[in-house]
Design a protein around this ligand. Structure first.
Ligand code: SAH
Length: 346
């Protein structure tokens, strides 16, 4: 029998587990606090349980842990990129960025991705597999232990599509938020999606005060479909309607990511249409200069065009910021580090 990862279990599941083996239910709460509060990585470290009980647990359970295979430190700012090794030999990427308001980690939800966005390095070899709740948490705990800090913000913007791994991502959010563990505020978490509409509605029903971020990248369906295959399944109109619903349910302002690509989506007509479709929605646009990858031959928009895009959006009453380039000396696009590392290794 394959061992079960205690890190992926909720308090209720842990309580049930102890009950099933003839122990008191509160042992489940204690175990949860040790795993998530103290971020321990071995059953033998749950010192609140007797040695006999820990030995008993070891037979069928374990605590998943990610090893750091590589850490790249930027000399320009304090950005750090991690390559983590999963227990099955797969590798994932996470990034840590320092801002004046705190430290943010960008974490992955899948190994690879099946969404196929043209400009994205993470999807070039398709989806390998989804991460478990314990593995998503493993990045957060691995970083916090490694840097001896408490992260203030999290963005689910690493490799993978969070809403294509819906159940595990939701469980991860609840585990991280639980006050018996990290007590991480939902308000400081952003979930970024390419726009899987039914899952946006489903997420809205949870009424979590997390920030929903939509990777829009074009206000025109025909152009968007060429960049993002998911655009063939869900139209921009359907996405915007889902965003209105999400705002109604959660009262959280929606963020849009808009990667500016020269002569593709940085034109006046893009600006006009973008302002038109977002009218009346409480939102914010994050303008991202394209990070070039080998497989995508387009260029990033000119700096003046990016600045102008922001100014013109604001004139039309839409909040916009230009994403600051972080760690320019280790600035491989998301997913590229992992691919380079793997191809070097083999
Ligand atoms: N699958 C999710 C989250 C991961 S991607 C999503 O699609 O939102 C995080 C953000 O980075 C997305 O907005 C994505 O479109 C953008 N992105 C991916 N590759 C990029 C690149 N090479 N340059 C600029 N932005 C990129």
């Amino acid at each position: 029998m394959e061992k079960i990862d205690l890190k992926s279990l909720s308090i209720d599941e842990l309580k049930g587990l102890f009950k099933n083996i003839g122990e008191k239910e509160y042992r489940g709460v204690q175990t949860f606090s040790f795993i998530h509060g103290n971020m321990i990585t071995k059953i033998s470290d749950i010192t609140v349980l007797s040695k006999t009980l820990r030995d008993k647990l070891e037979k069928n359970y374990y605590i998943s842990n990610l090893d750091i295979v590589e850490r790249y430190d930027s000399k320009v700012d304090n950005t750090k990129k991690y390559l983590f090794l999963l227990e099955d030999g797969n590798i994932i990427e996470s990034v840590v960025m320092e801002y004046n308001y705190g430290t943010t980690a960008c974490i992955s939800t899948q190994v690879g991705c099946r969404m196929g966005c043209a400009f994205c390095a993470s999807t070039k070899e398709g989806l390998v597999r989804s991460l478990t709740p314990g593995e998503i948490l493993g990045q957060v705990y691995g970083i916090q232990r490694n840097l001896d800090i408490k992260l203030s913000n999290l963005v689910l913007m690493g490799s993978g599509e969070p809403l294509d791994n819906y159940e595990n991502v939701l469980k991860f959010l609840y585990l991280l938020h639980n006050e018996k563990g990290q007590n991480f505020s939902f308000r400081n978490i952003t979930l970024s999606t390419c726009g899987i509409v039914p899952k946006i509605y489903k997420l809205a029903e949870e009424e979590l005060p997390i920030t929903l971020s939509i990777s829009l990248h074009s206000p025109f369906d025909e152009d968007r479909k060429k960049m993002m295959p998911i655009g063939k399944v869900y139209s921009i109109d359907e996405i915007i309607k889902a965003c209105h619903y999400y705002f109604e349910k959660t009262n959280r302002r929606i963020t849009f990511e808009y990667t500016l690509i020269k002569n593709k989506n940085d034109r006046k007509e893009d600006l006009e249409e973008l302002s038109r479709i977002l009218k009346g929605l409480n939102c914010h646009i994050n303008l991202i200069p394209l990070n070039p990858i080998r497989e995508y031959k387009e260029n990033k928009a000119d700096t003046e065009v990016v600045t102008n895009f922001k100014i013109e959006l604001e004139k039309r009453g839409i909040n916009a910021t230009i994403r600051k380039e972080m760690g320019s000396d280790i600035n491989a696009a998301c997913g590229q580090l992992r691919r380079d590392y793997i191809s070097k290794r083999s």
